[in-house]
Design a protein around this ligand. Structure first.
Ligand SMILES: Cc1cc2nc3c(=O)[nH]c(=O)nc-3n(C[C@H](O)[C@H](O)[C@H](O)COP(=O)(O)O)c2cc1C
Length: 477
């Protein structure tokens, strides 16, 4: 019986809905990454399971795990029968409910798991597995893309699970963790350094992509992603407790390590093709892990989630998660008239957000725009928020552009927020600068005082169009 959150259970479900492809014999050096990249751009991208990687007798790589409404619906336990819109609708309200329920689903320590089939302490080599070099100008081979890095708060013991890129170092004996300062895992690590001079860490490199979606999304600090995953699945997540660090590893993991980080124990890492669509700056020092133990299943599967110019591996997941969360958080502010929010994939699900409202009062559109740009779900690396009237679908870029082009006066309707939360990944950030950005709130609603007198939209009444289609369908279809 597979443990809860096993990647193999997920794969058999994906196979049943016809969205899994086997790819045999692709090279770890760029070829797996390039096949995945071509797949993301195809009309119906599938999940790809790479096996028989030349030079490797064991180890497989999965990409595209969450790249369709059906696969992401399965991942989030919302069912496989979804469109983009219906999936976001089904997700609405769930993140806060799951976060609230997480306390009822503490991890469940177990002593038996397929992960324990192979254990190595001492002579560890991560390059015994087919870790891809994903993009042509990456600085190395990144084993951590869809990974879950588990840390703990040294005061409260609460766990955090975060998804941070990890480059193999020292010919496979070590690995860097690139958690951006301020991310919860980075906060835990800093707190451990201050208290004990070292920080315990475990990492899982292959698991149900629910852990990728949750580890890769802003879950409130103090809520464990493993408990949150239990709330999503409706069952406590079985974990093995790593003996050196005392930290959990999901029992459903394919391959996992435990070890320690120490201040000053660093290696050069990067650059890496990132979710903004650009390589991340120059090679620079990041914390490296002293790995004390490695566990893996037979023929383990690495969960790959390489970013890049969108659409990339997890841009669809990010769009769905952020669209629902931004909508929910806007409604939770108590501001009325919120119709729909959409965090566009072309902006990596962060940079470009559209919100539709029913205008209720003067200043409403600006209020929504400024709030949306700073919500917890949006504050990191947002750049543009466009607020539109409810006749515009904010998920439709053509409609958004039409609204911006015809319902704004650029001199009046673009508000700038400055010194907001940026990232060192921002291609616009000069080398070495503090990672602020600025953001524009574009009020593309009809001006409140002209709502009644604004020129009519030149399109026929929907009822009349329906009647005409009924009569003239033969010449239209
Ligand atoms: C595949 C993937 C890779 C990511 N890589 C990084 C990374 O290298 N550094 C980082 O700080 N955040 C990265 N993120 C974003 C974080 O996972 C995200 O901000 C998450 O909320 C972090 O968890 P935390 O809020 O518990 O710190 C990545 C997300 C995904 C899905």
């Amino acid at each position: 019986m597979e443990p809860l959150l096993s990647l193999r259970t997920f794969l058999s479900d994906v196979e049943k809905i016809g969205e899994l492809r086997d790819v045999r014999g692709a090279d770890w050096d760029l070829e797996i990454g390039a096949i995945a990249e071509l797949s993301y751009r195809s009309p119906e991208p599938k999940a790809l399971l790479f096996s028989e990687v030349p030079g490797y007798r064991t180890g497989r790589v999965l990409t595209g795990s969450t790249g369709s409404a059906r696969r992401l619906g399965l991942t989030l336990r919302l069912g496989a029968d979804h469109t983009d819109e219906s999936l976001v609708d089904a997700l609405r309200g769930k993140p806060s409910a799951w976060a609230a329920a997480a306390a009822d689903f503490p991890v469940l320590p177990v002593t038996d798991a397929p992960l324990l089939a192979n254990q190595v302490a001492g002579d560890i080599n991560l390059l015994d597995f087919p870790v891809p070099r994903w993009h042509q100008h990456d600085g190395g081979r990144f084993i951590g893309t869809g990974c879950l890095v588990v840390t703990s708060d040294p005061e409260t013991g609460v766990h955090n699970g975060g998804c941070y890129r990890m480059e193999v170092q020292d010919d496979g004996r070590s690995v860097t963790i690139a958690a951006v300062p301020g991310k919860h895992g980075a906060q835990h690590i800093a707190a451990w350094f201050a208290r004990e001079g070292r920080a315990p860490v475990t990492v899982s490199f292959g698991h149900d992509p629910l852990l990728l979606a949750l580890g890769g999304t802003e879950v409130p600090l103090g809520v464990s992603e493993l408990a949150y995953a239990g709330a999503v699945a409706g069952e406590r997540v079985p974990v093995i407790i790593a003996p050196d660090t005392g930290l959990p590893i999901p029992a459903g993991s394919e391959l996992a390590i435990e070890g320690w980080l120490r201040p000053g124990y660093t290696r050069e890492e990067g650059p890496f093709g990132e979710w903004t669509g650009y390589y991340s700056g120059s090679r620079r020092a990041d914390l490296a892990m002293e790995i004390v133990r490695l566990y893996h299943r037979d023929d383990p599967i690495l969960l790959g989630a390489p970013p890049g110019r969108p659409p990339h591996d997890y841009s669809y997941m990010r769009t769905v998660m952020k669209s629902a969360m931004i909508h929910d958080e806007l409604v939770a502010t108590g501001v009325p008239g919120i119709v729909k929010a959409w965090a566009h994939e072309a902006g990596g699900g962060r940079l470009f957000v559209g919100v539709a409202i029913e205008q209720r009062y003067a200043g409403h559109a600006r209020q929504v725009g400024h709030l949306a740009a700073q919500l917890p779900a949006a504050a990191y690396m947002n750049r543009y928020v466009v607020v539109v009237d409810a006749d515009i679908d904010p998920a439709d870029l053509d409609q958004l552009i039409w609204a911006i082009s015809t319902r704004t006066d650029p001199a009046e309707d673009v508000e700038i927020q400055r010194r907001t939360r940026g990232s060192r990944l921002d291609p616009m950030l000069p080398d070495g600068a503090t990672p602020y950005n600025s953001r524009a709130v574009i009020d593309a609603c009809r001006p409140w005082e002209r709502l009644r007198s604004f020129p009519r939209v030149a399109e026929s009444d929907p009822a009349y169009l329906a009647a005409v289609r009924e009569r003239w369908g033969a010449v239209l279809d």
